[in-house]
Design a protein around this ligand. Sequence first.
Ligand code: NAD
Length: 482
Amino acid sequence: MLIGGEWVPSLSGEWADVVSPGRRGVVLARVPEGTEADADRAVQAAQAAFPAWAKLHFSQRQKALLKIADALEARVEDLAVLTAADTGNALRTQARPEANTLVNLFRYFGGVAGEFKGTVLPAGDDQLQYTRREPLGVVAGILPWNSPLMIAGMKTPAALAAGNTLVLKTAEDAPLTILLLAEICNEFLPPGVLNVVTGRGHVIGEALVTHPGVHKVSFTGSTRVGIGVGEKAAKRLAHVSLELGGKSPNIVFPDACTSELIDETATGVLTAMRFTRQGQSCTAGSRLFVHADVYDAFLEKLTEKVRALKVGDPLDEATDMGSIINQKQYDQVVNYIKDGKSQPNVRVLLDGEDFTADDLDGFYQGPTILAGVGNDWRVAQEEIFGPVLVAIPWTDRDDVIAMANDSTYGLAAYVWSQDLTAALDTANRIESGWVQVNQGGGQVIGQAYGGYKMSGIGREFSIEGAIEAFTQTKQINVKLNV
Ligand code: NAD
């Protein structure tokens, strides 16, 4: 773990194996099993580094972040390969873009470091009334395993640019890329500005959430754990952002399925479903609503494309879709597929359970597409976090919007139509923090991002969001003798 600029084991002396998702039984590394005492010393190191870091001219923090961006860029292939090994995300389709996004995020937030600034009120010549956007102090960033570098990139450079110091807690299943990120950052940051700890959520994660020295908890993970984190942070009124789960709708209109457009729309839906990240994405468009007029034709086209994805070793350049993170997640996905397949009148267009490959020994699964699904089925309501897409027909716009909104989640949504009025009316009425029209890619740098409903609280990703999320406002009113 990186604490106060030094690489240290856990005070407990315990270690945990990091097991490969793509090669069953292969231990990639071991990392310290961090405890409450380790959380405490990481927070102390961050507290000690805070005053000097916070009072720097912003351009000094900017310089450090931009140097880190360059250094990350020089190591981007190492970061990508390690992502593929550690998370099971395929190198070409996922891991490399994720590592590049990390670089871009450091560059972006380094670039806008001077924007964490206050305002002056036009209060007359005898008054100076101004605000300062002051950093919060120590931020604890708690990370999931599905795309750790990208999510660390959504928190780290913004929190640091604003003048905070940071303790990042890695996910148990995929800590390695974050340790490499820390190693690179450590060359350019004063000791204690960025600390990284490893260990279990209910031990060191909870110790960070309840630590009185942590002023903000920035959590990305499941809704279940996020609710507990929010409750505990609220007990001491710590600031908190929660980026949680999703069950996002993809709504396909007939005019997106003309003979010219059907191919492009199907590719877009495949991307939006995040099949190439094994569906392990909070923004996966995993509920597909297709207009009844084009339902069969569109699903046929989509199934043909999804069937062509090459599932395989995440480190192989030819692979489109890598491996699921671990046995527990694998079993959970299989149980959802079985549950979906057991429902009356379901049509199995693609069955991930059928996937076999003799040369692979890891948590591999093929993509699944279920048609004729009811919006109230478990597979349509619960976040599966696997490569399982459910398709539901619709005929009336009001009805499909109501079905899309009939969810406890509200993270992302995708609308496919050439009719601007229909597309924007739908986008405006969907209860989600992020809606895309006629495209299905990932977040772009600078955009707002965060959840409605049980998908979370807070926005950290855009500059406006980051200013809100990583600073607090102080108003200063001065009487001038003029
Ligand atoms: P998780 O909630 O199990 O764990 C997330 C992190 O929280 C891990 O580091 C874990 O160790 C830690 N943790 C667990 N218990 C804790 C506790 N009691 N106190 C403090 N920390 C604790 O989630 P996961 O399985 O790692 O990730 C998958 C989930 O994350 C999915 O639900 C997915 O939708 C969500 N996710 C959301 C976003 C987003 O931006 N909204 C992005 C990625 C993943």
